[in-house]
Design a protein. Structure first.
Length: 531
């Protein structure tokens, strides 16, 4: 191969070096190494030529890729602008695979998935798109997603950004309505009281008051039908600890369309006339009254003005000079929700409170929550605990999330246990009989040496009571089944099977609890838990 070819490739100005090359040729010839020189240059030439080919191949490939991307981009844009999201989606996905952080491709693919009802999680894509001010709609779609998830902090953030940057006023008006709702919900969470809930019990609504074991020093709760022995009275009543005042709800024997609150007091051994509680009118049903021992602070439930939904718990203070009540205010979350929340009662001596709610409960059931009343105002610190935990605390999704101090919870549960089994709380109830071992039979909660065993026994008694009621209901269903026609039998059959399963599970759980109670108590007595 002529050496000039190599130099022609390597040196564009090769003619300028001709004289020097001739001199070099003569020197190498005299030394006898010119053939070696030629072979070395030949190898270098071949290597450089090979690299040129590789470079050209890569260059052509890149032109092909960029050309394909450009073509896909143009095609997707055409489909997208025409609203043909089905055709655009696979092309968007291909573009996004090559450019995962590209704002426009993330926006296109997210919208295609939304418009075609694809189950793909589009939030990460919309977040990338929303980082660019160009794609204003990304904030609206993010707001919609977070609205469904009840992440009201995020809803407010993205809707506000959308309204600020959007020129589409027709859509903005719809967003503004959701924004107002979200701002209200977010404000409720940020102003929710931080309350420690220590337990909860799901029972039939007809047995609601059976869980309110408050003691005689607190007063008495009852239905008006029971208290007055009048089945036509639909409301509830609270009798003060001395039995000198009663607060109750009534609809005037059905003549009034709404339940209202009334009061009667005893003077000289006789009850005075019934008088309505004056000073406020909720324009709704007012029920479930409870008065604190100071005779001033009234709790009640209303479905009227100011309610978040259904019955909500309100508080009002009485003006001791006029006898009238100040306008009531809603206690907010976590006491209230969009469901029915009612029957607030507090044992001030034991510092234990009760409230009932049918949130997240099936028809006919109610959950009674037991909590530690705060001495003053204490709000959930959303910034400290984070939105998710704050939302859980405010909505009572988990009572464990409301508990900050384990020792406080244990002490409160012990006080609750004492109330649950005190003779004052359970008039006429005889002491229980529980065998620990051959040497120990217990009759009162004070007999327990182990706090854990005592607390578990309280739960055992409550489950035993539920179990007994379920057995009665099961027998009732079976009796009805015998007399029912074929149509009714089908419905009763499902109820019976469901309740039989529940009773069986309760039986198993009660045996486990008995075993655990004995194990815990024997460990405390003897230092061993070997049964």
């Amino acid at each position: 191969m002529p050496c000039s070819l190599f130099f022609a490739f390597c040196c564009p100005n090769f003619p300028l070096f001709t004289v020097e090359f001739i001199k070099l040729y003569k020197i190498l010839s005299r030394l006898g190494i010119f053939p070696f020189f030629i072979r070395t240059f030949e190898k270098l030439y071949l290597q450089v030529t090979f690299m040129k080919k590789i470079f050209l191949i890569v260059l052509l490939s890149l032109f092909g890729v960029f050309g394909g991307v450009a073509q896909n981009h143009k095609q997707v844009k055409t489909y997208f602008q025409a609203g043909n999201y089905v055709e655009a989606k696979p092309l968007c996905k291909k573009l996004l695979r090559n450019y995962p952080k590209h704002a426009e491709y993330n926006y296109w693919y997210a919208i295609c998935c939304i418009k075609t009802n694809d189950s793909v999680n589009v939030k990460p894509m919309l977040e990338i798109a929303a980082s660019s001010k160009k794609y204003v709609d990304a904030d609206r779609y993010l707001g919609d997603i977070y609205y469904k998830e009840k992440r009201y902090d995020k809803v407010v953030e993205h809707y506000e950004k959308y309204i600020k940057n959007s020129s589409d006023k027709s859509v903005s008006s719809l967003v503004e309505d959701k924004l107002k709702c979200s701002e209200k919900q977010y404000a409720l969470i940020r102003t929710a009281e931080q309350v420690c809930f220590i337990d909860s019990f799901v029972i039939d609504k007809s047995e609601l008051l059976s869980v309110y074991r408050m003691g005689k020093d607190v007063g008495r709760l009852a239905t008006c039908a029971q208290y007055f022995n009048n089945s036509s009275m639909p409301g509830h009543i609270y009798e003060t600890e001395r039995g000198m005042d009663i607060y109750f709800s009534d609809n005037n024997a059905g003549q009034d369309s709404l339940l209202k609150l009334y009061q009667r007091s005893m003077a000289g051994g006789e009850w005075d006339d019934v008088r309505p509680l004056e000073g406020f009118d909720t324009n709704g049903n007012d029920n479930y009254p409870f008065m604190l021992s100071n005779g001033v602070t009234l709790y009640f439930a209303s479905d009227g003005e100011g309610s978040m939904g259904g019955y909500d718990i309100f508080r009002s203070n009485m003006n001791t000079e006029t006898g009238q009540f100040y306008p009531p205010f809603n206690l907010g979350m976590p006491y209230n929700s969009e469901a029915n929340d009612y029957m607030m009662a507090i044992n001030e001596v034991a510092n234990i409170g009760w409230m009932a709610s049918d949130r997240n409960q099936p028809e006919g059931k109610v959950c009674v929550y037991v909590f530690i009343p705060n001495k003053g105002q204490k709000r959930i610190n959303v910034d400290k605990v984070g939105y998710k935990k704050a939302y859980s605390m405010a909505n009572l999704l988990s009572i464990a999330s409301t508990q900050q101090d384990n020792s406080e919870v244990q002490d409160a549960r012990q006080r609750m246990s004492m109330l649950f089994f005190s003779n004052d709380a359970l008039p006429g109830r005889s002491d229980f009989f529980f065998v620990i071992d051959d040497l120990n039979d217990y009759n009162t909660l004070d007999d327990f040496k182990s706090d854990l065993a005592r607390e578990l026994y309280v739960k055992f008694e409550m489950l035993s009571e539920t179990h007994a009621n379920d057995l009665k209901q099961l027998q009732k269903y079976r009796d009805e089944y015998v007399l029912a026609d074929d149509y009714d039998k089908r419905g009763l059959r499902d109820d019976i099977l469901l309740l039989e399963s529940k009773v069986e599970n309760e039986t198993i759980e009660l045996e486990k609890m008995k075993y655990e109670i004995r194990r815990l108590e024997q460990k405390e007595l003897y230092g061993t838990d070997d049964l």
